[in-house]
Design a binder for this molecule. Structure first.
Ligand code: UT7
Length: 352
């Protein structure tokens, strides 16, 4: 039977490392000032979230999230031994697209040099921190049904330009970083039920939609963008807003349930799974999921310490990071569970 399999993985993070100490000196252009701009500190950020540093793109007016996606995509294509010309579907997951429309997948297609009359299908999906698992479910279905043969799935985020670098925005600002991850998915003829993508499940609960949101605009209003750049401090529509405690509790509870469901539906146990790769929103969430989900702690992989929360990029970025360290190897089985704004969530089990 035909199963969808992961042919290659790649990731990219920008060079600039912003430590917790430096973060509090940054102004809204990410320039380090002599005086503290945000009342926060390393101890608070580490103890509440596990984060030690994050990566930022240069504030050059040029770099976009589709660029980050491009760098990760090239690495995934190399890893897969697949050319961009062979890709017949791009799925781009991001909450920080280059512009409002069109979505990032078509920009990525052009940057890969495979645009034109015979250009492949391009999908953009949102789903925030759950984007990778949602995209994997789509890619798995497309490949198994023969709709597409080579799917490029990218999660990329440029958060650093849309954060509130003041004490008012500190609860959200300290959590997020820039980065990208990508996988190439293709068909494999196999009778092994434990090969390729074994399982995906996605869910959502719209009643939590406003617990974590970024408006930018409200189309019901005219003008739908109301933004006075001279009064940036006051304009809440321009910055993500979060009910942190509520999101935290829902994330931990839902991720535990999602892991349990994945094991129950597949009949697998932790003996069959090499690694647990949760979304990287908060190390305390992931530690709670490991504890209450009865997950062997030595199988849980995190990168939030180095990269912060890169939303749709966290899962492939974490896998690639640990692959470069030699922890994760080709053929390993991964259970990944995500939760994010929406609320949205999902789990996937796949062999690398
Ligand atoms: O990726 C999508 C999903 N996102 C998440 O899952 C994130 C979920 N939420 C969280 O990770 C946590 O709720 C946070 C890390 C955002 C906050 O941690 P918390 O333990 O829930 O802290 P809190 O919001 O209850 O704030 C405690 C105190 C407050 O001060 P008072 O009112 O007790 O005096 C905050 O004002 O910490 C203060 N605080 C900060 N202090 C220093 C909030 N942010 C900061 C900060 N630095 N950055």
């Amino acid at each position: 039977m035909i199963r969808a399999t992961i042919l290659g993985v790649g990731s990219y993070v920008p060079e600039r490392v912003v430590t917790n100490d430096e973060l509090r000196y940054l102004d809204d252009q990410h320039v380090r000032r002599d005086t503290v701009q945000t009342e926060t500190n390393d101890e608070w950020i580490r103890s509440r979230s596990g984060i030690e540093a994050r990566r930022y793109v240069p504030n050059d007016g040029v770099t976009t999230s589709s660029d980050l996606g491009l760098f990760a995509a090239r690495r995934a294509l190399d890893d897969a031994g697949v050319t961009a010309q062979e890709i017949d579907c791009i799925i781009f997951a991001t909450l920080s697209p280059d512009i409002h429309f069109p979505g990032n997948a078509v920009f990525l297609q052009s940057k890969l040099g495979v645009d034109g009359e015979a250009g492949c299908a391009c999908y953009d999906i949102r789903q925030q921190c759950s984007g990778f698992v949602y995209g994997l479910q789509m890619a798995d279905t497309f490949v198994r049904t023969g709709t597409y043969r080579r799917v490029l799935l990218v999660g990329a985020e440029l958060h650093s330009h849309s954060l509130d670098y003041s004490t008012r925005g500190r609860d959200v600002m300290v959590l997020f970083g820039d980065g990208a991850g990508a996988v190439v998915i293709g068909p494999k003829e196999t009778d092994d039920p434990r090969d390729g993508v074994l399982y995906t499940h996605c869910g959502a609960d719209g009643s939590g939609a406003m617990d974590l949101h970024l408006k930018i605009f409200e189309i019901k209003r005219a003008p739908f963008v109301s933004y006075d750049p001279r009064d940036r401090e006051q304009n809440l529509s321009m910055y993500p807003q979060m009910n942190g405690k509520k999101v935290f509790l829902n994330a931990a509870r839902t991720m535990v349930q999602s892991v349990g469901r994945a094991l129950e539906k597949t009949g697998l146990t932790w003996d069959d799974i090499d690694w647990f790769v949760p979304h990287q929103a908060n190390l305390r969430i992931n530690e709670a999921v490991v504890q209450y989900g009865n997950i062997p702690p030595e199988k849980a992989l995190n990168t939030i310490q180095q990269y912060g929360n890169t939303t749709a990029a966290t899962v492939p970025l974490t896998i690639d990071h640990h692959r470069k360290l030699g922890t994760v190897k080709k053929g390993d089985v991964v259970l990944s569970t995500v939760f994010g704004a929406g609320y949205t969530w999902g789990s996937a089990i796949f062999r690398l």
